[in-house]
Design a protein around this ligand. Sequence first.
Ligand SMILES: [Zn+2]
Length: 319
Amino acid sequence: MYFLRTLCLAVFLAICAGCRSTGTQAGAAAPTEPGQAESNVGAEQVAVAASDAEPAGGGRSFAGNDTLAGSDPAAVVVPRAADSMAGDLLPLVRGMHGGMWSAIGQSRQGRDIEATRVGTGPLRVYLVGGIHGDEPEGRGSIDCLVEALAEGSIAEMASVRIVRDANPDGSEALTRGNALDRDLNRNWPASNFSVRSGNGERPLSEPETAAIHADMELFDPRVVIVFHSARAGPFVNFDGPAGELAGAFVEAASRSESRWHLVPEMGYGTPGSLGSYVGVDGGIPILTIEFRRGQKAELVLAAAVEGVQAVIRRAAIAN
Ligand SMILES: [Zn+2]
């Protein structure tokens, strides 16, 4: 773990130095990234004007409890030194979380789907590090993000359940779908679920979605955040009553890269998506974070940390 902490610290130092020296211009030097094979079946290509609004569902809420939030031994709180960039670094130097992951299920090919929890606050946030295997950008920030969320004031505001990678088989093979080429973001029990090739024969037919669904119901989140990446990124899409939270993420992420923006509608249908299930049907705010394909790791990490912390601060006020 020493290596991980050192790495996180080094990356944070680089980010902070970059933020101080360049402000919102930090991301302006990377307009294109070569070699981004777009095997995304058009799913994250944005047409902002079009609407794919789904009819509101039955107001589903997660009928879980606070068992996880109240008893997970992985929860660690470290006193915060100061509300400053320098203060943010101190817990990283000390190290807190220690990478305590546990399996909540297995993939088609038997790989563990790992989850952990950080913080002890009353706001329950569920964060998925990645659901499409060919979108590695967000997943790469997860370990450092865990360390950042385990610190003082943020940890006191929120309990964050984090699934490191919802699609470990796809991540290994760099494919959008799982080992059966099922799109795990089309396999949720939303009212708009569509039986078609690639979506699964029924909602939660895939072991990955079934495991995360069960874990999510138990955790009973008030906010859900999912990491993706897209060539049209970086932007934030949302479902449910999440406009303010999405705006908070964009505002914070823009400090490290000015191209972050809000995309209220993806412009195409997303039947059986997590956003449809949680946000449209369930009425729970869910943010779809689309990092830019090939975005520099330090910019992804800066946006992830600053953005998620901003969402927590905003949501905690209303919680
Ligand atoms: Zn995606």
